[in-house]
Design a binder for this molecule. Structure first.
Ligand code: GTP
Ligand code: MG
Length: 208
């Protein structure tokens, strides 16, 4: 995937501060420290465009990035907005920040008209928790597409990766095609995630 430029646009907590463009947008959600910022960096081939940290709770606002593809004809749209959502479920983040998280993300998903879908990340070493199951169910009620990604796959052997994949498939009632194994370290799964994003963009263009 050729990318011409990536630009950090802004951080926002509420709709009045979201960027006003209506380019197709994809948002990345998941527990703190799961690797959301790293996944975005891997997708856009940048080492540190999106700030990552071994300290959980690094991203606390909604961060908007704009990707520009060269006009080579292999993508239907030259601009794509990527959104790094703050992580949830980290105990050491203050209560106040935790109380802000849910309404911030719910309002974003509920009001952002150019949002095509979410990518929900889970650490491959953990079984899906209530937060993830609730989130997927909630997105289904909103008819919001959600791609599930198991991150940090490099931490497990191939056999164990497949075992966790099957456990996640069972928990979410999806088949293996519905969940992606990903590693920011080996870049495993990057191509599949881009393909899924482009499918959503194609579908968005047809709807218009
Ligand atoms: P918050 O912004 O706090 O919600 O975290 P985040 O989900 O954005 O996680 P981030 O990308 O900052 O990564 C957290 C830590 O996990 C960092 O130390 C990363 O280097 C590490 N990490 C992320 N992805 C991978 C991966 O695929 N493999 C391995 N081994 N480490 C990873
Ligand atoms: Mg982050």
């Amino acid at each position: 995937m050729k990318i011409r430029a990536v630009e950090f646009i802004k951080s926002a907590a509420k709709p009045a501060h979201y960027p006003e463009y209506d380019f197709p947008e994809i948002a990345f959600a998941g527990r703190s420290n799961v690797g959301k910022s790293s996944l975005i960096n891997t997708l856009i081939n940048r080492k540190d465009m999106v700030k990552t940290s071994s300290r959980p709770g690094c991203t606390q606002l909604i961060n908007f990035f704009l990707v520009n593809f060269p006009d080579t004809g292999d993508v239907p749209q030259e601009e794509l907005s990527l959104v790094d959502l703050p992580g949830y479920g980290y105990a050491k983040v203050s209560k106040k920040i935790r109380a802000q998280w849910q309404p911030m993300v719910e309002t974003y998903v509920g009001t952002r008209r150019n949002l095509l879908g979410l990518i929900l990340l889970m650490d491959i070493r953990r079984d899906p928790g209530k937060e993830e199951l609730d989130m997927v169910r909630w997105l289904e009620t909103k008819q919001m597409p959600c791609l599930l990604v198991l991150t940090k796959a490099d931490k497990l052997s191939k056999t164990k990766q497949l075992k966790q994949l099957d456990a996640a498939c069972k928990a979410f009632n999806r088949d293996r095609d519905g969940i992606v194994l990903f590693s920011a370290k080996t870049r495993q799964g990057r191509r599949i995630i881009w393909d899924e994003i482009h499918n959503l963009i194609d579908w968005y263009q047809e709807e218009e």
